[in-house]
Design a protein around this ligand. Structure first.
Ligand code: ADE
Length: 235
């Protein structure tokens, strides 16, 4: 899986993703991370990439030309007929979720565009963007953190990235349920004991306990997900 990220702050993306599991996945060549500094593509002699918005209003807008030319640099590095999905990270997009991460993990290449200031001129977005994706109902200073979240969540679903293939199946959001609580050694810590059933060796009982915990947690923390679960499983 190839990620191509258009940004004004490539070092932020590179530093943020070159460690731990994603760093190793890059080393192992399960994924590749390619950043493009949008500022390198401006034709403005002062390397300006933003300007005032027509119609007034606070703040500056990223201009169409450098974003488009950075996109063309990516596009021209790909086979001519290949049309990559181009994701613009913005608060107006569809909320990012595990299902979308799963869908995106099946792509060969993804292009991610990080905006700054008040956003990007609508005309270039109309021209190149296929998906508008938001991290949630809040406003970040730029799209970089959002792009890093998408790269992380998608990469761990790419075969070979996680050592234990299992852990991508039993985790939270599988089935619309949150993951059950887990415990490691010691058996007792600050007077708190590991639930007895987990020490019983009875796999059926353990499965039942975990499932019950998942249901209870989801009902408590995410009633919206719990409703979805009920709808799909009570037919
Ligand atoms: N850029 C600024 N805010 C954002 C958000 N909530 N999600 C994705 N990209 C953003």
């Amino acid at each position: 899986m190839e990620f191509h990220i258009l940004t004004l702050f490539p070092e932020m993306i590179e530093q943020g993703l070159n460690t731990s599991i994603i760093g190793k996945a890059i080393e192992k060549e399960c994924i590749s991370l390619n950043t493009y500094n949008i500022r390198d593509y401006t034709t403005n002699k002062h390397k300006k990439v933003d300007d005032y918005t027509y119609g007034g209003g606070a703040g500056m807008l990223m201009q169409a030309q450098p974003v488009y030319d950075a996109y063309l640099a990516v596009k021209n590095s790909m086979p001519e007929t290949f049309k990559p999905r181009v994701i613009y990270l913005c608060p107006q997009g569809v909320p990012f979720c595990q299902n979308l991460a799963r869908e995106l993990s099946k792509e060969e290449s993804l292009v991610l565009i990080c905006g700054h200031y008040e956003g990007i001129d609508e005309r270039v977005l109309e021209e190149i963007v296929t998906d508008y994706v938001s991290l949630g109902d809040y406003v970040l200073t730029g799209g970089e953190l959002a792009a890093m979240v998408v790269v992380d969540a998608v990469s761990r679903l790419v075969p070979g990235v996680l050592n234990n293939e299992d852990s991508a199946v039993t985790e939270s959001f599988h089935n619309h349920l949150l993951e059950y609580p887990q415990y490691s050694r010691p058996e007792e810590w600050r007077g708190k004991k590991v639930p007895e059933v987990l020490m019983s060796g009875n796999h059926k009982k353990i499965e039942e306990w975990r499932f019950h915990q998942s249901l209870e947690r989801t009902k408590h923390f995410r009633p919206d997900l719990y409703e979805k679960y009920l709808k799909e499983h009570k037919k």
